[in-house]
Each structure stands twice: as C-alpha cells, then as structure tokens.
Write a protein that binds this ligand. Structure first.
Ligand SMILES: Cc1cc2nc3c(=O)[nH]c(=O)nc-3n(C[C@H](O)[C@H](O)[C@H](O)COP(=O)(O)OP(=O)(O)OC[C@H]3O[C@@H](n4cnc5c(N)ncnc54)[C@H](O)[C@@H]3O)c2cc1C
Length: 384
C-alpha cells in the first residue's frame, strides 16, 4: 500500500461494505481487507430480507437510516432491491391477534391488515387456508448472492482499495496487522461477523458471542409466486423483537408449543424469500461456539414441508441446501465497541444484519450507539 487511507474496514460482508459505502460517499479514502477472495460469509448465506418493520421500537431510527442506505447503494451499484414489503399470513386467531396489536401499535403506514383473500393473493397461493394477515410495505428484498459482491465490485471501480486473501491478526491504534504485514489508517472499523473471537476474544466473551447455524434450502419458484416474495409466519411473530413485544405474543408462543412442537424444538423462524433463482426456505437455529458442520435432513424436510404447505407447492424441486452461520449473542443484538480512539468494532449479534447494515455502518462512522438493544424472548435460552 503506497498511501495511508482515511479508513480501513476489516471484513467485506454487508456490514463492512456498508461502512465502506458510507465513508466513500463522505469522500473518505477507504481500504477493505478480507481473508477471503470475495464476500462469502453470512451476507451471502441469508434470505436478503430487510425486515425493518419487525425490529424492536428502540432500533427503528437505525432501521430508517439502513433503509435509505440500501436504496442509495442499490441505485448506485445497480443491484436488485425490491420495495415489495413482507407478507404475513395468519393461520390462527392467535397469530391474527398479534398482527392486530402490531398494526395498532405501529399504525397504518407500517402495517396493512388484510383479509384471507388479500394475503393469499400476496403470496401467490389462492387456496391458502388463512384467517387473515398483514402486509408490511416498508420492508425490502435484495438477492444476498448478488448484493454484497456487486457492491464490492462497484466500490472497487469507484476507487475503494480491496485487499483480498489477507487474514487480519490484530487491530489497534490505527494499525492493522495482517499475515502480509501492517496496514495503517486514520481510523479502522472492524466487521468480522461471527469470527470476532479470532480478533477480539475478550470482547467476544464479554458479549457471550456464539455462532448460530441455520438450515436453509433453495427450491424452484412456481410462476404464480412473486419473485420478490418476502413471507414471515407465526414462528416469526414469536421471534422478531417488534412482534414479540406485543401482548398477544405469549399466547401465540403457547399455541405454537402445542400446534408446532417440532418447529419450536428446532427454534424455527419459518420464512420464505424469493430471489431470481428460486425461493429461499428456512430456517432453524442452533447455537454453539464451535458448531457442528452437518445439516440435519429432518429439520430441512420439516421446514420445507411447512413452507411449501403454506405456498401450495406439492412437489418442491430442491436445488441447494446449506448451513448458514451468523454471529449471535443471548445478551445483545449489537456489538458496537471502541477498544481505542481509532478502532470501532461493529458486529450484529442476531439474524438481522442485512436489515440493519447501513444503519449500523452509520453508527460505526459517527460514533453513535444504541443502549438496551437486547434480544426479546427465546434467544436468551441457551440451546445446543
Ligand atoms: C441463513 C441466514 C439467514 C439470515 N437471514 C437474514 C435476513 O433475512 N435478514 C437479515 O437482516 N439478516 C439475516 N441474516 C443475518 C445476516 O446475514 C448477518 O447478520 C450479516 O450478513 C452479517 O454481516 P457481516 O458483514 O457482519 O458478516 P459476514 O458477511 O460474515 O462478513 C464478515 C467478513 O469478515 C471477514 N473476516 C472475518 N475475520 C477476519 C479476519 N481476521 N481477517 C480478515 N477478514 C476477516 C470474513 O471473511 C467475512 O468476509 C441471516 C443469516 C443467515 C446465516
């Protein structure tokens, strides 16, 4: 490296790239360093579902910044970003009750309650057995296999320097130590995702950081189902902090424990998202410091059966299965720490890093913080 950039970003996942994007917008010189040769972490393994509305009230301002960032980045770099919202079919009264309460709480701008026919049309399954549902118009969809790689390519063309295949071994006071020697910058933002333990072990331990693994499947999409589909279900209502804070969430959890014990056992957030190549179906959650690499076929089948049941797909054609990984903590949803005056560590410790990415990047660059952004409900239970 010949000159010292204003900013080094460690990690080319969506948090690192969003940070590089905002810094580049501000006219700062940026270098991104990653141990891989392209984005391959959590940021390409997910649904690409930017679920702003379902997040906790406390993080809604950050979500709004994130939404603006996604729109600007998509327009600039030219990746697909659909402002198609989220559909939530309610198959029982308990699910509908949570949706009604959430609509009252957030208002008509954010939550549109729909009847059974409306939600059936929204997800492209006219025969859906629902009692009603909701549409969250604010939410967005991106293709996770496209967004980070295209953004990285665009940033590189714009003059952001990328140093690939270079493991970072330490960061302090504007010096980034790597296996290829030291790099220097005025400021450093460290975005290593679930690999935080390898760089700041004490910080990771203080925040009880662990790896969450999720069983995921890609299936063919029948033409009748919208390519930009984003669909959450009852298990999502019991899990996402915004919905889970509603008074009816307790009754819904009890109902799910009796009605869908297998989904509850694998800590499912049953959801489906469309991408040009098909439908992404997931997911289960298992937590460990050092996860098993194996995909449990029973869990994959369970999620597939329930999702295709809701969508009326009789014979799903499976194209891919994978075990996604993301950083998780039972104690906080966001690690935003400043180990020294020139270093900021930014890790989203929950499955919402795509959603919040540009908002978290803004906090990392402006020195902002969010206190009390803790997980609601069952993520505080430690599971294997
Ligand atoms: C199956 C699944 C579904 C999900 N669904 C959603 C969803 O629908 N909506 C949503 O908002 N979120 C979702 N998430 C969560 C989201 O994907 C993550 O929160 C987000 O991608 C984290 O981004 P990141 O940049 O922190 O991590 P990553 O994308 O993992 O990037 C971290 C980068 O840092 C690099 N790195 C790490 N350590 C070093 C080092 N020492 N030296 C050099 N480089 C290093 C890695 O190589 C990697 O490229 C999901 C996650 C999964 C796995």
């Amino acid at each position: 490296m010949t000159s010292t950039p204003d900013l080094i970003v460690v990690g080319s996942g969506i948090i690192g790239l969003a940070t590089a994007f905002l810094a580049h917008e501000q006219g700062r010189t940026v270098t991104v360093i990653d141990s891989a040769d392209r984005p391959v972490g959590s940021s390409i393994q997910n649904f690409g579902h930017a679920c702003f509305t379902g997040q906790a009230d406390i993080i809604q301002d950050v979500a709004a910044v994130a939404r603006d960032g996604w729109r600007r980045a998509a327009a600039a770099a030219g990746f697909w970003a659909a402002e198609s919202g989220t559909w939530i079919p309610a198959t029982t009264d308990a699910e509908m009750q949570v949706l009604r309460e959430f609509a009252d709480h957030r208002g008509a701008d954010q939550v549109t309650l729909v009847d059974a026919a409306g939600v059936a049309a929204g997800i492209g399954h006219p025969g859906l057995a629902a009692v009603g549902g909701a549409h969250l118009p604010w939410d967005m969809r991106v293709n996770p296999r496209e967004a980070a790689p295209v953004l990285a390519d665009w940033l590189a063309r714009e003059g952001v320097a990328f140093v690939w295949n270079t493991q970072v071994t330490g960061v302090a006071d504007g010096v980034v130590e790597t296996v290829r020697g030291d790099f220097r910058a005025t400021d450093v933002v460290v975005c290593p995702g679930y690999r935080l333990m390898g760089l700041f072990p004490e910080l990771a331990e203080r925040h009880e950081l662990r790896v969450c693994t999720l069983v995921m499947t890609l299936i063919d999409r029948p033409d009748r189902i919208p390519a930009e589909l984003g669909m959450l279900t009852g298990t999502s209502l019991a899990r996402y902090d915004g919905f889970a804070a509603m008074p009816g969430a307790g009754a819904l959890r009890e109902e799910l424990a009796h009605r869908e014990p297998e989904l509850v056992d694998c800590i499912a957030n049953l959801m489906v998202a469309g991408i040009p190549g098909g439908l992404l179906v997931g997911d289960s959650h298992a937590y460990s410091l050092s996860p098993e690499p194996f995909i449990d076929e029973e869990i994959g089948q369970l999620l597939l059966n329930r999702a295709t049941g809701l969508l009326g797909i009789d014979r799903p054609v499976v194209r891919q299965r994978w075990l996604g990984q993301y950083a998780d903590s039972p104690a906080t949803n966001l690690i935003l720490d400043r180990p020294d005056s020139r270093t900021t560590v930014a890790v989203v410790a929950s499955g919402i890093g795509m959603t919040l990415s540009f908002g978290v990047a803004d906090l990392a660059l402006t020195g902002g913080s969010v206190s009390g952004f803790r997980p609601a409900g069952d993520r505080r239970v430690t599971c294997t």
